[in-house]
Design a protein around this ligand. Structure first.
Ligand SMILES: [Zn+2]
Length: 342
């Protein structure tokens, strides 16, 4: 089985974006503010938006199941207050839930949280619990920077985040550490802010003893871990100077990386440097990079081709990357798959 742990609903019907634009307009002009019930998207519209896009490409490329969350760049936690984020998160999560009901063999949900800058993350717990317990979602996306590129929140190791971690441990779910749109002109959203955040999250964990407090907490760092695998020697050396344990003991029981790296040399490096037990298959399709690589003739984000072609990987390694690690990191996914005979 091939499980893609990183997919977003980037192809939602236009009505969603139109509702969101009205919601944003309503921040300044409350008379323009739409009710959640004014958004109407039929099952047929949802089906069409998936069948012709993500599902078609999954079939073409040969993946079976995608862990599916709301569009990351649209989370935009920096817009409005908690009430705005809360309404928006509930709408986006419900759409992913409906997709998972329409295509139960191919999609299972991960939740966006109603984060808002300066607001206690424990306010996210009710939406989180609803998504896991009622919607059957198997993970969450946690934004380490709800300010959208200004980094006004404390680091992930700070007690500020502990209420979310306590709930994650209780429910046995991992978090993908995933930022949203950058509203800082210095940082391009998908080219800089995402990769910066991946690297930053890893370093925040490295300098702290977070996983002493939460030995079973699991973070999935997307986009191949940003700069982390490439600079593994730097991180090992910094940890050594800080008198931290070896990274394999200090972080690798808790931190995992996905394979959203869009060229062969990058995947080769990732799978050589990071133990295969810590690498989970993902493509983030349909996402930030949608084009075809003229050097290969295939889509940049067709990451399965790179895993297949990586010369150092054995069949057992590929099983772990495609399926085994995902079942371990997302225990609720494993339970859901076993319940349906997989
Ligand atoms: Zn993503």
């Amino acid at each position: 089985m091939i499980i893609d742990v990183h997919g977003h609903y980037t192809t939602a019907p236009k009505a969603l974006e139109e509702w969101r634009n009205r919601q944003i307009a309503g921040i300044k002009d409350p008379s323009a503010k739409p009710r959640a019930s004014e958004l109407r998207i039929s099952d047929d519209e949802l089906r069409e938006s998936i069948a012709n896009n993500q599902l078609r490409q999954m079939k073409e490329r040969g993946s079976d199941l995608t862990i599916f969350s709301p569009r990351a760049s649209f989370m935009a936690h920096h817009i409005g207050d908690f009430e705005v984020s809360s309404t928006w998160a509930a709408i986006c999560n419900e759409l992913c839930f409906r997709v998972s009901k329409l295509f139960p063999d191919n999609f299972i949900g991960a939740a966006m949280l109603p984060q808002s800058p300066g607001v206690d993350p424990k306010t996210c717990i009710p939406e989180l619990e609803k998504c896991i317990k009622e919607y059957g979602f198997v993970g969450i996306n946690l934004n380490p920077d709800p300010s959208g590129g200004h980094w006004t929140s404390p680091p992930l190791s700070d007690r500020h985040w502990y209420p979310v971690y306590e709930k994650m441990v209780e429910l046995d779910i991992p978090a993908m550490i995933h930022v949203s749109t950058s509203c800082n002109a210095c940082f391009h959203t998908t080219g800089a802010h995402y990769l910066n955040a991946d690297t930053t999250a890893f370093m925040q964990c490295l300098t702290s003893d977070l996983f002493k407090d939460f030995p079973t907490l699991r973070f999935l760092i997307p986009h191949g871990g940003g700069a982390v695998p490439y600079h593994w020697g730097r991180f090992r050396g910094l940890a050594q100077e800080m008198k931290k344990p070896l990274l394999k003991d200090h972080l690798l029981n808790n931190i995992f990386f996905d394979t959203c790296v869009y060229h062969q040399p990058g995947i080769d490096l990732l799978t050589k440097v990071i133990p295969v037990e810590n690498v989970l298959f993902a493509s983030e399709m349909i996402g930030a990079v949608r084009g075809i690589d003229p050097e290969t003739g295939f889509h940049y984000d067709d990451t399965k081709r790179y895993i297949e072609a990586a010369k150092t990987l054995t069949a057992e390694d590929r099983y772990k990357i495609y399926e085994g690690n995902a079942r371990r990191v997302f225990p609720r996914l494993d339970i859901a798959l076993k319940a349906r005979g997989n």
